[in-house]
Design a protein around this ligand. Structure first.
Ligand code: FMN
Length: 168
């Protein structure tokens, strides 16, 4: 079994695509990818290192499948586990709610006492406001496929290099 579990919710496929890129960057043998649509509690609990990916919909809403998945996520025993987050959003059209779903997820996990790693500097993005901001950092990797898809590969690779030091 791979040591990292990547769990994503995706409506048009963008978050799914990034989940696959993250897996490739770790090396296919090191990470398994799950759509939260078909994920069960036991699927999550077997990993020590977990990555959650969620896109933002409506205004500041969790992606639909991820919203349903929150019920399962609340039941996970995260003791001894490290978690990292990534979020898909559009910083131009939704400049006041950029990757808010990642921020909502971060808050829920924080309340559960989960150890979260993989923060990313705000510098390099151009949005007005985000619930994912923790001081001057984003609570995880933010990806904008609409306007900065050309940066996705580089952003993923740099983030994964940082996570490799945490997921040991
Ligand atoms: C109706 C609609 C609402 C959206 N709301 C937000 C939002 O509030 N914040 C944000 O950052 N992105 C927002 N987005 C952009 C999506 O999060 C973005 O397209 C993302 O890549 C979708 O990922 P997915 O295909 O994996 O679900 C919205 C997009 C649409 C079409």
């Amino acid at each position: 079994m791979a040591k990292i579990g990547i769990f994503y919710g995706s409506t048009t496929g963008n978050t799914e695509k990034v989940a696959d890129l993250i897996r490739q960057a770790f090396g296919d043998e090191n990470a398994d990818v799950y759509n939260v649509d078909v994920t069960e509690l036991a699927d999550i609990e077997k990993y020590s290192y977990i990555i959650f990916g969620v896109s933002t919909w409506g205004v500041s809403d969790l992606q639909d499948d991820f919203e349903d998945f929150m019920e399962i996520l609340e039941q996970v025993d995260f003791s001894g586990k490290k978690v990292a987050l990534f979020g898909l959003g559009d910083q131009s059209t939704y400049t006041d709610s950029f990757v808010d779903a990642m921020g909502i997820l971060y808050d829920r996990l924080k309340k559960k006492g989960v150890k979260i790693v993989g923060f990313v500097p705000r510098k390099g993005y151009s949005f007005n406001a985000s619930m994912a901001l923790v001081k001057d950092q984003l609570a995880g990797l933010a990806i904008d496929e609409e306007f900065e898809g050309n940066l996705t590969g580089k952003r993923v690779n740099e983030w994964v290099e940082m996570l490799k030091k945490e997921f040991v």
